[in-house]
Design a protein around this ligand. Structure first.
Ligand code: ZN
Ligand code: MN
Length: 130
């Protein structure tokens, strides 16, 4: 017997977090989001921010960008796209290049598997740092 997943409502807190994420292109950390949301919801905790970021991710409203041991960054655009990370200033920039769906198909054929998505990341120095 399968258990039904609880329905996730769009609460005021989640709405505000999403609003903050959609209003920036800087791919912020949870701490940065916390500082912004606190301006309107002063009693919110960092733990609540983390929990709601996870829920929003599960809802498919946002993306989490993992950088190994360092803090995750978050993206208000949930549609798969590539990023460039500056190794000097830690800026994360969106790349216009369209996602290479043809690669998924090639890998499926090569491994006889089913690919859901792939990750491709670019690192270097941005316009200001190079
Ligand atoms: Zn830079
Ligand atoms: Mn992005």
């Amino acid at each position: 017997m399968s258990e039904a997943k609880p329905k996730r409502r769009m609460t005021r807190q989640r709405k505000k977090i999403l609003e903050v994420l959609k209003s920036t292109t800087c791919h912020p950390t949870a701490d940065w989001i916390y500082e912004q949301v606190k301006k309107e919801i002063p009693n919110i905790s960092l733990g609540t921010i983390y929990r709601n970021l996870n829920v929003l991710k599960e809802m498919g409203k946002i993306m989490e960008l993992n950088y190994g041991s360092s803090h995750s960054r978050f993206d208000g655009n949930p549609v798969q796209h590539y990023h460039f990370t500056c190794t000097e200033c830690d800026n994360v920039l969106d790349i216009e290049e369209s996602v290479h769906k043809d690669m998924d198909q090639r890998i499926e054929e090569e491994l006889d598997c089913e690919v859901d998505y792939h990750r491709l990341e670019f690192f270097g120095r941005c316009q200001d740092c190079k």
